[in-house]
Design a protein around this ligand. Structure first.
Ligand SMILES: Nc1ncnc2c1ncn2[C@@H]1O[C@H](COP(=O)(O)OP(=O)(O)OP(=O)(O)O)[C@@H](O)[C@H]1O
Length: 285
């Protein structure tokens, strides 16, 4: 078994563009020749400014998009070019969480139903009792009260909704998750709670994560490695500590100087020293 769970080789993607009144159909590459290797149990940060191709690359990694060229290997299997039917057995192992949990939480369904829906689709629920137990266990896993089973998404705070989104992604016990800007809409204190949760889940469940963010300060506390994207290309890639202390690329240096870093020690989120956010918002922010 290789140490690398996910690998890409010269991965490229172009959205097909429709012909317009005054132009012919053309395509423009928004992900260009990307080579990444994500070791099992590690967290890779994908950073870049708006439009640099982060979400597109994330969607390629979970095969919501098919590469225009290049390859994606998941657990030794080439998945870049395979059909949706061939992907299906792997879908349970690969999940994506989005910035707006509304997209994965149906506003008309109670949390208990939404959280266990993936389990139902895969035939892993044995009756109503089991469904409630599984939903309760998932809520517990992400630090939400089990009484939330009967709540609707609009009855939760933003941070609680994001926890519920994470719980849904964990339902099928995946080993690889792409999290796309999942703390971006949250206040700093709630962000810290969600980052701590991810750190804990990663250790407890042995998750491998790709964490997409435009915020380098968030990446610094969560990720092992970071890839900096600029116009669809990876301009710098390596261990977080090295990139923050000795960036080699001009664009990385520009990003580092443009984004204010909080006045915290690199290990502020270490398990040994639990972080207490400035404005503590209750146990399940
Ligand atoms: N469905 C689509 N069809 C055509 N072009 C698209 C589509 N989605 C994104 N793009 C284009 O692809 C490029 C990369 O977009 P992408 O959303 O991957 O960037 P991003 O780094 O995630 O940006 P942001 O941080 O703003 O979400 C942009 O130029 C965007 O306009």
């Amino acid at each position: 078994m290789s140490d690398v769970l996910l690998r890409t080789g010269s991965l490229s993607f172009a959205y097909p563009e429709r012909a317009g009144l005054f132009r012919r159909a053309a395509s423009r590459e928004v992900v260009k020749q990307v080579d990444l290797a994500v070791p099992r149990g590690s967290v890779l940060g994908l950073v870049g400014e708006s439009g640099s191709g982060k979400t597109t690359l994330g969607r390629l990694l979970v095969r919501l998009l098919k590469p225009t060229s290049g390859g994606i290997q998941f657990d030794g299997l080439e998945i870049g070019g395979i059909s949706e039917a061939e992907m299906r057995p792997l879908r349970a192992r690969i999940q994506m969480i989005f910035q707006d949990p509304q997209s994965s939480l149906n506003p008309r369904l109670r949390l208990g139903v939404t959280l266990t829906r993936p389990l139902k689709v895969y035939g892993r629920i044995k009756g109503r009792r089991d469904q409630r137990d599984r939903a309760a266990a998932l809520l517990d896993l992400v630090g939400l009260p089990t009484a939330f089973i009967d709540r609707y998404p609009h009855e939760l705070s933003g941070g609680q909704r994001q926890r519920a989104g994470i719980a849904r992604a964990l339902a099928l016990e995946p080993d690889f998750i792409v999290a796309d800007e999942i703390v971006s809409g949250l206040d700093v204190s709630t962000q810290a709670h969600i980052l701590l949760l991810l750190r804990e889940l990663r250790a407890r469940l042995g998750l491998t994560l790709v964490f997409i963010s435009h915020d380098l300060s968030v990446v610094r506390v969560l990720c092992d490695d970071v890839a900096i994207l600029h116009h669809g290309e990876v301009v710098e890639y390596g261990p977080v500590a090295r990139i923050f202390s000795a960036p080699r690329d001009d664009y990385t240096r520009q990003l580092l100087s443009a984004i204010p870093l909080p006045d915290v020690e690199p290990g502020w989120l270490d398990d040994s020293s639990p972080f207490v956010p400035p404005q503590q918002q209750g146990s399940a922010a």
